[in-house]
Design a protein around this ligand. Structure first.
Ligand code: PMP
Length: 356
């Protein structure tokens, strides 16, 4: 036996939510949008020129970067795009988190952060959320190698006020602060305008949730041009053509259709608010969510039992066994009105049986 194993980069990978492929199921486990992409995306798809696939895509992602910049009122040199915000975040970790000091993020948060940190050998220190699942600003005032947190946080759904986020950004001007706004469109206020004021801020967003394009894999980052240049340098040193022609064209069509975006967002928010009321009436406990999911626990019936029983009915929600503090919670993505109705009806039966 040779010694090659000694030189393997051994990692414990991130575990994404299940992607079952059943004709009839209610899928509330990966925070996808229950509505189809904009009709403009369908049109752009139909207009795709297959002959062009023999060519490499634009490495600068021009049409998408311009569409994002126009929609958000920033300059194209303030925008970076990638293969989902996972790709964008991984590039950010690689580019900006190179200090010997630990980067900071919450103990209950997006479970990809520690995976990237481990893989890239970035030291990190998790900061506990308070008893109401809130990020404590004062924990981020110590010396560190960088800061990253989602707003709203995931999987809790808890939103931080812009002024609180600004405090963290302002207190950390010697390092890069990344605000992961994967769920910001469902009722939160973005820190995006702050990129003009803070050279150390990167705002990350995704097309997977509010723009119904999880399957296309599109994400973006906003920051001052200097930071975007550093990001592109690393990207071009890794893989120049991260985004394919199809995602560039469909992403541009999606981001330009502001009307459809506003309409589907509103529908999801309305369904979420109704679902909150129904869950509360069933005895569930949860912090107020400003995202497209609700993170809830029942005082008498265990999360794992509810999860398994729902699964038997082909209703999928997400259950995290770790950390211990959240092991009795379920993360329930917001589906269509009809899907949530069916989910709630099944839940009522499960709870009635579970109580004995
Ligand atoms: N950030 C957070 C907080 C998320 O929950 C997700 C979704 N798993 C992502 C980033 C990545 O999303 P995507 O790669 O689909 O853009």
């Amino acid at each position: 036996m040779g010694n090659w194993e000694e030189n393997v980069r051994k990692v414990v990978p991130y575990v994404p939510g299940e992607q079952p492929n059943k004709a009839h199921m209610i899928k509330l486990n990966t925070n996808e949008n229950p509505y189809p992409p904009s009709p403009q995306v369908i049109k752009a798809w139909e207009e795709l020129d297959m002959e062009k696939l023999r060519l490499y895509p634009d490495p600068a992602c021009g049409i998408l970067v311009e569409a994002v910049a126009e929609t958000y009122g920033v300059k194209p040199d303030q925008v970076f795009t990638g293969v989902g915000s996972d790709d964008v975040l991984a590039m950010i970790f690689l580019t900006f988190f190179n200090s010997k000091k630990p980067i900071l993020f919450p103990d209950i948060t997006y479970s990809f952060y520690d995976v990237w940190a481990d893989m890239l050998r970035i030291p990190y220190e998790v900061q506990p959320l308070d008893e109401n699942f809130r990020i404590r600003m004062e924990d981020y005032a110590k010396e560190n190698g960088g800061v990253v947190f989602p707003n709203p946080n995931a999987p809790t759904g808890v939103l931080m006020e812009v002024s609180d986020a600004e405090n963290i950004i302002a207190a950390n001007q010697d390092v890069i602060v990344v605000v992961d706004e994967a769920y910001i469109d469902f009722g939160g206020c973005s820190v995006l305008p702050l990129i003009e004021k803070y050279e150390n801020l990167i705002v990350v967003q995704t097309f997977s949730k509010s723009r119904s394009l999880a399957g296309m894999r599109i994400g973006c980052a906003f920051a001052q041009p200097k930071l975007i240049r550093y990001l592109n340098d690393v990207k071009y040193s890794f893989n120049s053509y991260t985004m394919n022609q199809t995602s560039l064209a469909l992403g541009a069509a999606a981001v330009r259709d502001v009307e459809y975006f506003e309409e589907t967002k509103k529908r999801i928010i309305n369904t979420r608010e109704r679902t909150k009321r129904e869950l509360a009436a069933l005895g569930f406990q949860f912090e107020d969510s400003m995202s497209n999911f609700i993170f809830a626990a029942h005082p008498t019936v265990r999360a794992e039992e509810i999860f398994e029983e729902l699964k038997k009915k082909d209703i999928y929600v997400r259950h995290f066994k770790k950390p211990e503090r959240i092991s009795n919670y379920l993360r329930i993505s917001i589906g269509t009105e009809e899907e949530m109705e069916e989910f709630l009806n099944s839940l009522k039966i499960i709870l009635a049986n579970g109580r004995g």
